[in-house]
Design a protein. Structure first.
Lengths: 267, 267
């Protein structure tokens, strides 16, 4: 199954865990839901965000869904390992949500990038959101990446992710589109903010946690797919990876921007 | 004189004024110097930042220098028009600062991008900074720009700025390099933060003030230079500008990141 550019191997699961630990604080460490609220986390994957959300909001009930049974099994282990009792994991498709149920809030993180019809997915989610409730959407944007020193080969390796995502029907540049997508899907008052990750020599933990173990690891992960699709040749790819590693040093710099949107349900 | 990519025509002076009004708050609206301190503003140009700095810090003395007599004349008018009495304007080159004088703090905004030897300029500035003083450096990075919808033509038009700046000996991608440059120049404890400008349909004032009157106006300003240097053909350029304008609409999005660095003088 080659539906996603990333997310389905064991190595990938470890990368996602590292990524979550570094990024959860930046992306939704400040997110607090009311006591007693019920929150739908649509597309929870292996539970990377789930465990942080549930731990940060112990008096909130989470219903976390994903289409993949194997991802859900990993998520279940993560939830159990942390002794969290406020998470219900359910198999389910965003485009086929149970009718009649509605949620106080919705949380969607790193999901829309994979979908051919993100506005349609948002419309489906709007149907199950109470009108005073909020939807929080967090996505990256690979076009926001740049580094120093930067080379053509480094750029081309990163572009492979964008082109692979596009071939699989997704959009790795979706972060910049959150506002028009939420408007199109009928949500009210969308507010979008960039959440930049900037890494230089004064931030060795981010060099490790973000530049190397999140970003470069993610790029590395699509080598075989990129070569198989003929998007790049092996020498260029390998040089690109070396150049990215070169920028992830104390005298280099790495920049990437995530986008976080919050909007309200329909009247 | 084609030393700078931008900054020397009357239209450009108006653009810079609009830009300053929109950006000064974002970039250094929070900058407060101690009462009685003397601050060197190196490369003040037409005084766009000067007047904001001086108004925000009325008990601080500013010595604002520039190499260009005509820019200084414009700056003088701006300072007089606002009745500011805490600004001394002086002609001078960063690489030829008066020996023996030292300053409590230094401020440099949109200057290093134009210089062939930014680290050398910073070393010169370090010589006139008291050891407990700070240097504040603010620069853009045109490689940080992206928009929605984005086209190849829009990208190519923006790339012309980067390539022109490079041909003139500067670096339009300097924002990402501030940390290594400050380290190289011998400053202590540089702290760099990205200051992103994100524009969508919920921010009509930024569509006007930033996307149209700052960014697109700046790109437009180099049309003849770009064509004369053979960097692009006219139809591609014109399409690129139309595409940028198309992204500066309520259903589009614009992203750009400035960088602000603060570092301390040498021991």
């Amino acid at each position: 199954m080659e539906r996603y550019v990333h997310g389905y191997s064991t190595e990938e699961a470890m990368r996602l865990k590292d990524q979550a630990a570094t990024l959860a604080h930046l992306l939704h460490g400040d997110l607090r839901y009311p006591e007693g609220a019920t929150v739908l986390e649509a597309g929870c994957g292996t539970g990377c965000q789930t465990v942080f959300l549930a731990a940060n909001n112990p008096a909130t009930q989470f219903v976390s869904t994903d289409v993949s049974p194997s991802s859900l099994a990993t998520a279940r282990q993560a939830v159990l390992a942390r002794g969290l009792t406020n998470v219900q994991l359910r198999q389910g498709d965003i485009f086929d949500l149970p009718a009649g149920q509605s949620f106080d809030h919705i949380f969607v993180c790193f999901v829309l990038e994979h979908l051919a019809d993100p506005a349609g997915a948002l419309r489906c989610l709007r149907q199950v959101l109470k009108k005073d409730g909020t939807i929080t959407v967090i996505e990256g944007d690979h076009g926001s990446f740049y580094c120093h020193p930067e080379t053509l080969e480094a750029r081309r390796a990163v572009d492979c992710l964008v082109r692979l995502q596009a071939r699989l029907g997704g959009d790795a540049l979706i972060g910049r589109r959150l506002y028009p997508l939420l408007v199109e899907a009928g949500f009210r008052q969308p507010e979008v903010e960039p959440r930049p990750v900037y890494v230089d020599g004064s931030r060795p933990q981010l060099i490790e946690g973000f530049s190397r173990n999140t970003f470069i690891a993610m790029v590395r992960g699509v080598r075989e797919q990129a070569l198989a699709h003929g998007l790049i040749d092996a020498p260029t790819w390998d040089q690109g990876i070396r150049d990215l590693e070169n920028a992830a040093r104390p005298d280099g710099a790495f920049c990437y921007t995530f986008f976080k949107a919050v909007a309200r349900g329909a009247e």
